[in-house]
Design a protein. Structure first.
Length: 151
């Protein structure tokens, strides 16, 4: 790189853009509209989708992912429920990942549910087990994805 090009880059006068390699994305969500939304955001990447806890465990056991997106409420009856049904929600996957430290160790985990209470329980558990996990409410997720995995 020439001295002039280097100087122009530092001044922000030259657009420096590097294409990133495709990544592998895992999504746990029961909403088909969100499936399409994630596929559009990660066009050119590999996106694997599970709608249930057993399917998620199977895919996470056998695949390798750069990014893991977890929803908490997986069935309509979970939305705004007064009690928890942890074995059939994204919380079960947070427990499972915490109990299996060798599985998906390098993955970035984002909990994207609208259920803030459920999300915070998941993130707390994942962080206690040494995982890199964040809660990003779904309406803010597009911006976070753009910052993390810009194309």
């Amino acid at each position: 790189m020439s001295l002039v090009h280097s100087l122009l880059t530092k001044l922000g006068l030259v657009n420096v853009k590097a294409d990133r390699h495709p990544i592998r994305v895992f999504l746990l969500d029961d909403d088909v509209r969100r499936h399409k939304w994630f596929k559009a955001r990660f066009a050119g990447d590999s996106v694997d989708i599970a709608e249930t806890v057993p399917a998620a465990q199977e895919m996470l056991s056998n695949g390798s992912y750069d990014a893991i997106f977890l929803d908490h409420d997986l069935f309509p009856e979970h939305y705004h429920a007064e009690s928890t049904d942890d074995q059939n929600t994204g919380y079960a996957i947070a427990v499972w990942l915490s109990s299996n430290p060798e599985c998906q160790r390098a993955s970035t985990i984002m909990v994207h549910t609208r259920n803030a209470d459920g999300a915070m329980r998941m993130v707390e558990l994942l962080r206690k087990s040494g995982r890199a996990a964040d809660y990003v409410p779904f309406p803010l997720l597009a911006e976070r994805i753009k910052r993390y995995w810009q194309r």
